[in-house]
Design a protein around this ligand. Structure first.
Ligand code: 0RA
Length: 650
C-alpha cells in the first residue's frame, strides 16, 4: 500500500511538469507547426541513436501508421523497468513522465538527446493524446500506456521473448488540440533519418509511411565518406574523399573531405550527431590543421614554384576553395553556444581535432602524392585568382582612370538619365553598331560598338585586363567600377544587353564578354541586369510576308506551316520549300538594315532577350565551360534549361 501512496505523491509533481509542457509547448519543441510536430519523432529517435552511440543498437524503424500515429522501434537495451529508488515507480514511467529524466541514468556516454533541443521523451508523451511504450528486456515484454502524459496503469508484463532480444517501441498520437496539423510528412522525416544514417555507419534506419505507401531504408557502410560523395554528387571532383579517424581524451573524431572544381566551400560539422551550424572549436581545429599540413607538405615537396619577383603564399581561404567536408565529433559534455546554440564551445576540442587531422593528413599525403599534388595545384590557382583580384582593386583605387567623367567617344548614349529605364547594347563590330545606332530608340537605348574578339580575361593577367581598350570602354560606359569595387547599383543602365552575330564567332565573343562580366562585374549578373539579344538567323519571305526564325527548328516549323496551308488550299506540294518562298540566312547583324534590327532584336515589344542568371557561383564554372565549348547542342540545351526566355519588357 505504501507503494501506491508514493505513486500518487510523485504523480503530483509529474502532473505539474506535464501541464507546463502542454501550456507552453513552443517553449519545449520550438513551435506547434510542422517543425514542432516532426520534432516529436526526432526526440524519440535521438534516444535510439544514443543507444547506438553507446554500442547497443543498430536498427531503428519509424512507421507513420494508417491511423496517423507514429511508431519508433529500436533494438537497444530497452528502457529499464525496475523500480526507481527515488521516485519509487518504474524507471520507464520516470523516463516517460518526468521532464529531462532521460539522461539521469547513464552519465558516461555521448548523447544526442538532451544535447540541444533535447527535452526528453516525456515532452512527446505530454503532447500526445495517447502513447504506448513496449519494452523488450530480460526476456520479457513490458507495457505502459499514457494519455496526455498520464500513465493509465503501472508498467505491466505482457509477454515473453528470447533473452537477447531487447529494444524499445514507442507509439504516439500527437494531440490535435496542440498542433496546427498532426499529419506527418514522409519527406520531412526522411531528411533527418538519411543524415543520421550517414553519420552512424553501422545503423539501418527504415522509414515507412502506411498512409502514402512510401518506404525508404537508409544504411551507409561508408558513413560520412558516402555523405561527402552525396554532397558532391553534381560536382566535378578532384579525387576520392579523404577519410580521417582518431580518438583522443575520450573524444572520437571522424572527418571526410574532398575537393571539387567549385568555388565555394561546404563544411558540415556535427557534435554527437547534432548539426553545429555555427561551427565552433572542432571546425577551427580542422581549418588550422588543414592549412598548416597542406602548406608544409607543399613546401617540403617544392610544389610552390617561386618566380623572380613573386612568391605565392597559400592562405586558409585557398585551401577551402571547392572543399566539401563532413566533420563528426563525439563529446561527453558538449557546450553549445552562439545565437542558435549550434556552436561548439568546448575549447579542448580544437587541439584534439587539430592534432588528429595534422598527423593523419600528413600520412595520407605521403602515401598519395599524386592527389596531394593535384590539391596543391588547385589551391595555387585559387591563390592566383585572389591575388589578381587584390591587384585589380588596388589599381582601380590608385588611378581613378575608370570613372565615368569621360564617357568613351564610341558610346552613343541615350537621352533619359534614369538608369532603371535605360539599356546599353554592347554590339560586335562597327557596321552592326551603325545599324543598331540608327535602329534604336535613342531615348532609352545606348549603343556601344566593340571591336571583334575582346581579351579572354580567364587567361590574361589583371593588369592586361585593365589596359585593354575595349574593356576600359565598357567599364567607363557602365560606370560602376570593376572587380571588388564594382557596385551594380551604380550602373548607368538597368540592362546590359550583349548583341553578337548568330554564328560561331558571335557566340565566342558573347562568351568572352560574359566571362569578363562574370569575373569583374559579377553583381551585374546576379542582380539580373545582363541579357543576351537574340537576333534571327533566317528570314523567310513569301510575297509581301516576312518571317524571322531564330534557329533551324523554328525555320522548319514556319516552312511546315506554309506547306500545310498550301495543301489545305488543294495545292499538292512535293517541293521542300514551298513555291514562291525565299529563305535567306543572315551572316551577321551587319546584314540587317536598321529597321529589321529594331523589329527583330531591339524593340521591347517584339524582341526576345535572354536574361543571364547564374543560380550560384558554384555552377558558374560549368556555365562558362558549356558556353565556351564549340559544340552547339549542349550550349542550346544549357540555355533552354538555365536561362529564362521572357518578354521581360512587355
Ligand atoms: C534510460 C536508460 C537507458 C536506456 C534508455 C533510457 C533508453 C531510452 C530510449 C528511448 C527510446 N529508445 C530507448 N532506449 C533506451 C540505459 C539502459 C541500461 O543501462 O540498460
Amino acid at each position: 500500500m505504501a507503494k501506491k501512496e508514493n505513486y500518487t505523491a510523485s504523480n503530483i509533481n509529474v502532473l505539474k511538469g506535464l501541464e507546463a509542457v502542454r501550456k507552453r509547448p513552443a517553449m519545449y519543441i520550438g513551435d506547434v507547426g510542422q517543425r514542432g510536430l516532426h520534432h516529436l519523432i526526432n526526440e524519440v529517435v535521438d534516444n535510439s541513436i544514443d543507444e547506438a552511440l553507446a554500442g547497443y543498437n543498430d536498427k531503428i524503424d519509424i512507421i507513420i501508421n494508417e491511423d496517423g500515429s507514429v511508431t519508433v522501434e529500436d533494438a537497444g537495451r530497452g528502457i529499464p523497468v525496475d523500480i526507481h529508488p527515488v521516485e519509487k515507480v518504474s524507471a520507464l514511467e520516470v523516463v516517460m513522465t518526468v521532464l529531462h529524466a532521460g539522461g539521469k541514468f547513464d552519465k558516461n556516454s555521448y548523447k544526442v538527446s538532451g544535447g540541444l533541443h533535447g527535452v526528453g521523451i516525456s515532452v512527446v508523451n505530454a503532447l500526445s493524446t495517447k502513447l504506448i511504450a513496449e519494452i523488450k528486456r530480460d526476456g520479457k515484454i513490458y507495457k505502459q500506456e499514457y494519455e496526455k502524459g498520464i500513465p493509465l496503469y503501472p508498467v505491466k508484463e505482457v509477454g515473453k521473448v528470447p533473452k537477447k532480444e531487447t529494444g524499445t517501441k514507442v507509439t504516439f498520437y500527437p494531440d490535435p488540440t496542440i498542433f496546427k496539423s498532426t499529419k506527418f510528412r514522409f519527406e520531412i522525416v526522411t531528411e533527418r533519418m538519411k543524415e543520421l544514417a550517414f553519420l552512424n555507419k553501422n545503423i539501418t534506419i527504415k522509414v515507412a509511411d502506411k498512409i502514402e505507401n512510401l518506404e525508404e531504408t537508409y544504411h551507409y557502410k561508408g558513413g560520412i565518406i558516402e555523405f561527402v560523395e552525396y554532397l558532391d554528387e553534381n560536382r566535378k571532383t578532384l579525387h576520392k574523399p579523404i577519410y580521417i579517424e582518431g580518438e583522443k581524451d575520450d573524444t572520437p573524431v571522424e572527418i571526410a573531405f574532398q575537393y571539387s572544381d567549385a568555388y565555394a566551400d561546404n563544411i558540415c560539422t556535427y557534435v554527437n550527431n547534432i548539426n553545429t551550424k555555427e561551427g565552433g572549436s572542432h571546425l577551427v581545429g580542422f581549418k588550422t590543421a588543414l592549412t598548416r599540413t597542406f602548406n608544409s607538405y607543399a613546401s617540403k615537396n617544392k610544389l610552390i614554384k617561386e618566380t623572380k619577383n613573386k612568391k605565392i603564399t597559400l592562405t586558409g581561404d585557398d585551401f577551402r576553395e571547392g572543399l566539401t567536408a563532413v566533420i563528426s565529433v563525439k563529446v561527453m559534455e558538449p557546450q553549445f553556444e552562439g545565437q542558435t546554440k549550434t556552436k561548439l564551445g568546448n575549447s579542448e576540442v580544437k587541439s584534439i581535432v587539430e592534432t588528429i587531422v595534422g598527423e593523419k593528413l600528413a600520412d595520407y599525403l605521403e602515401e598519395n602524392p599524386s592527389i596531394g599534388k593535384k590539391i596543391i595545384e588547385k589551391c595555387l590557382r585559387a591563390a592566383e585568382a585572389r591575388e589578381a583580384a587584390r591587384k585589380a582593386r588596388d589599381l582601380v583605387r590608385r588611378k581613378n582612370v575608370l570613372d565615368s567623367m569621360h564617357l568613351p567617344g564610341k558610346l552613343s548614349d541615350c537621352s533619359i538619365k534614369d538608369p532603371e529605364l535605360c539599356e546599353i547594347y554592347i554590339v560586335e563590330g562597327d557596321s552592326a553598331g551603325g545599324s543598331a545606332k540608327q535602329g534604336r530608340d535613342r531615348r532609352f537605348q545606348a549603343i556601344l560598338p566593340i571591336k571583334g574578339k575582346i581579351l579572354n580575361v580567364e587567361k590574361a593577367k589583371i593588369n592586361k585586363v585593365l589596359e585593354n581598350t575595349e574593356i576600359k570602354t565598357m567599364v567607363t560606359a557602365i560606370g560602376a567600377g570593376i572587380g571588388a569595387e564594382f557596385d551594380a547599383e551604380k550602373s548607368r543602365y538597368g540592362k546590359v544587353i550583349i548583341m553578337t552575330d548568330a554564328d560561331v564567332d558571335g557566340s565566342h565573343i558573347r562568351t568572352l564578354l560574359l566571362t569578363f562580366l562574370y569575373r569583374y562585374m559579377q553583381n551585374l549578373i546576379t542582380t539580373g541586369r545582363v541579357y543576351i539579344a537574340q537576333p534571327p538567323l533566317y528570314k523567310i519571305k513569301k510575297g509581301k510576308q516576312e518571317f524571322y526564325a531564330f534557329d533551324d527548328a523554328e525555320r522548319d516549323k514556319i516552312l511546315d506551316k506554309m506547306r500545310s496551308k498550301e495543301e489545305a488550299k488543294g495545292k499538292n506540294n512535293e517541293d521542300n520549300i514551298p513555291k514562291g518562298v525565299t529563305i535567306s540566312r543572315y551572316k551577321g547583324l551587319g546584314e540587317m538594315n536598321p529597321e529589321q534590327l529594331w523589329e527583330t532584336t531591339m524593340n521591347p515589344e517584339t524582341r526576345t532577350v535572354l536574361q543571364v542568371n547564374l543560380e550560384s557561383a558554384a555552377i558558374a564554372d560549368k556555365v562558362f565551360e558549356t558556353l565556351m565549348g564549340d559544340d552547339v547542342t549542349p550550349r542550346r540545351e544549357f540555355i533552354e534549361k538555365h536561362a529564362k526566355y521572357a518578354n521581360l519588357d512587355v
